[in-house]
Design a protein around this ligand. Structure first.
Ligand code: PRX
Length: 635
């Protein structure tokens, strides 16, 4: 019997030890007992981090949608699979049962086929948080097409770059989207993007806001009439364990986004197993993750993990502040949510509004609280614990990444004693290591270092789409034979981990991963800009905010600075999206550089954080004089 559901701390340690000593036996048992296979594997695991190459359940055949939908129909056909809560509280919630989901996914899958999409094709999904988003993801998986969901807050340029990088032949979108009191012209953004995407043959458009939009003859098709004509039975494509399931882009240290490739069997097993344990999910629960399906959290813990367990997963279209700051709690009360999973930035934003909004609602259904995406500060942790969980619902601070596919370091609720700001212990099967600057593993407790993982886990990304070398360079070159996460961490006296933040050029703003390079590239496109450098600085709600140091070409120096700041943020919004806008822009006469021409971000970071007492050695700089100038004019 596999230990599919861990219920106490002794059991955790026992299962953890087994998963480390005999990883193949352990994962084989989990896979064998809890999933539906068309054919079992020939080999559980083969791996070589020097290539790097990782294969789980090689030789197995399956379709993930049979695991997420078909196999539940006999026992859970009338159970709600997706509980859709619209942007406006006036609009009724929609309960999509497993039977409904089966029909809607199959019908959609037939539409994809009718438009020529076949196994291995890439389909870009650019949709708001409406049921069609989850359904189109599953429809792609049904026929073996590789979905690439792009968060619908990205700009047309960012969308175009992602469509082109993976050669998507279809885009699925909507006429527009609701965001609180606003509407957004999504189709207009897609039209702009497609000016630069010659490979896209068709665009499926679903109606959400019923706005007037342009439909390009021969390319754009309304979804509904196609669904009306399609059959609601579509045979699942039989996939190999290591066939790609999806691509999801994340920021990196160059301007080009990295298309992380996740494959089928390992991802399914790990997302399902973590979901069951990290949320202590039980059959009657109503689980709600507030993330967007445009991020990995939504892929693994709104769609695949919950549905593989036959769960009810709430999908919320709106924002926490609309129509007021009580919206989350209204939804918790209305649907009697049992597990609530959100980001620290949302907690901080809600805490700022006071407890008045919370007190109006009955939150007694909540059993488990979760956070993800960035470190949670002590104050926010206690606010969440005191006011939302009423000190009865354990908080799972879950550390993981787009690249890891599933939760890696986390408490298991009612099992692992929690500690504010600590993600606590590695999940089953995960072998973390802290490394020093010389590439040596730091053993023992009460230490800190760079966080690596030294053994493969089933849901790790297998490559970067179209660029395996970059995958190797980014994750497997810093430390021999280890996956490097890009994060720093400490391990306390009992072995609990606390993530201290990124140690590379990625900044986490409101839980969103932003690379400095793409933002700098965008700014540098402004005709008045000569050069720029972006750093993060602490922000009460966002965790980090962005501070830009910008040097101007001569032509720009006479311009009104406030206008220039607006224009620079406008360029960023166009190139990337509003999430990457800068909070502060300082115009400088130069940027501090090493003799080899590298910008010294360490110094800029300190100045942005108003910590100029110890800037370290600046004598090795090519242009030490600019440092004082920057300090004198800091914002
Ligand atoms: O720095 C870590 C931070 O988010 C990064 C991964 O971002 P992304 O790929 O967008 O995935 C976010 C959702 C899984 C990590 O490298 N991070 C994520 N969770 C935590 C965290 N930092 C601290 N504590 C966490 N719980």
């Amino acid at each position: 019997m596999s230990n599919y559901h861990i219920k106490h701390l002794e059991e955790y340690y026992q299962v953890y030890r087994k998963s480390i000593r005999e990883p193949e036996n352990f994962w084989e048992e989990v896979a064998e007992e809890h999933f539906m296979w068309r054919k079992k594997w020939d080999k559980v695991l083969s791996w070589d981090f020097s290539k790097p190459e990782v294969k789980w359940f090689e030789g197995a055949k399956l379709n993930i949608t049979e695991n997420c939908i078909d196999r539940h129909l006999t026992t859970r056909g009338d159970k709600t699979a997706i509980l859709f809560e619209p942007n406006s509280p006036e609009e009724p919630a929609e309960h999509i049962t497993y039977n409904d989901l089966y029909k809607r996914v199959n019908t959609f899958a037939n539409v994809l086929k009718s438009k020529g999409v076949t196994k291995g094709d890439r389909v870009c999904i650019y949709l708001p948080m409406i049921p069609e988003l989850a359904i189109s993801v599953l429809a792609c998986a049904r026929i073996g097409a590789i979905h690439s969901v792009v968060f619908a807050g990205f700009s047309s340029s960012a969308l175009a770059a992602r469509i082109n990088d993976s050669d998507c032949k279809m885009v699925i979108t909507s006429d527009g989207s609701y965001r609180g009191a606003k509407t957004i012209d999504l189709k207009g953004i897609v039209d702009d993007a497609l000016e630069d995407c010659s490979g896209v043959e068709s665009v499926l458009v679903t109606k959400r806001i019923h706005s007037e939009i342009n439909m390009k003859e021969g390319r754009d098709f309304w979804l509904q009439p196609l669904l009306d004509e399609a059959s609601d039975e579509c045979k699942a494509e039989i996939m190999d364990a290591e066939d790609p399931l999806f691509i999801l882009y994340t920021s990196g240290s160059t301007g080009k986004p990295k298309g992380m490739v996740h494959t089928t069997a390992g991802y399914m097993v790990y997302s399902a197993y973590t979901f069951k344990n990290v949320f202590q999910y039980r059959e009657e629960d109503v689980y709600w993750c507030t993330a967007d399906i445009g991020w990995i959290t939504g892929h693994s813990y709104i769609v695949y993990g919950p549905l593989a367990n036959g769960a009810t997963s709430v999908m919320f279209e709106g924002v926490p502040s609309y129509p007021d700051f009580g919206r989350f709690w209204e939804i918790v009360e209305k649907h009697k949510v049992t597990q609530f999973y959100t980001a620290p930035t949302a907690i901080r934003a809600l805490a700022k509004e006071g407890v008045g909004y919370l007190e109006k609602y009955d939150l007694s259904s909540v059993k488990v609280l979760g956070t993800v995406g960035e470190p949670i500060n002590e104050e926010a942790w206690h606010w969440y614990d005191d006011n939302v969980g009423k000190k009865k619902a354990p908080i799972v601070d879950t550390w993981w990444q787009t690249e890891t596919g599933g939760i890696m370091i986390t408490p298991i609720p009612f099992v692992t004693p929690t500690k504010p700001t600590y993600a606590t212990l590695p999940f089953i099967g995960i072998q973390p290591a802290l490394m020093d600057e010389n590439g040596q593993e730091i053993k023992g407790n009460q230490v800190d270092g760079r966080l690596c993982i030294k053994f493969p886990w089933p849901s790790m990304a297998r490559t970067i789409w179209g660029n395996h070398q970059r995958y190797k360079d980014t994750y497997f070159s810093a430390y021999e034979n280890k996956y490097f996460t890009g994060d720093g961490a400490l391990r306390d006296e009992v072995g609990y981990y606390r993530i201290t933040g990124r140690v590379d050029d990625v900044i986490i703003v409101s839980g969103h991963n932003l690379g400095t390079a793409p933002i700098e590239d965008a700014i540098n496109e402004h005709p008045a800009v000569s050069e720029s450098a972006i750093v993060g600085f602490p922000h009460d709600i966002k965790g980090n905010a962005l501070y830009g140091y910008v040097t101007l070409k001569e032509t720009g120096e006479s311009r009104d600075q406030n206008n220039l700041r607006k224009e620079i943020n406008q360029v960023i919004t166009e190139q990337i999206g509003p999430i990457a806008k800068l909070d502060k822009i300082q115009f400088t006469s130069g940027l501090p550089k090493t003799r080899s021409g590298k910008i010294m971000r360490r110094i800029l970071r300190k100045i942005a954080s108003k910590d100029t007492s110890n800037l370290g050695d600046t004598s090795t700089l090519l242009n030490p004089e600019v440092v004082q100038d920057i300090i004198d004019n800091a914002l």
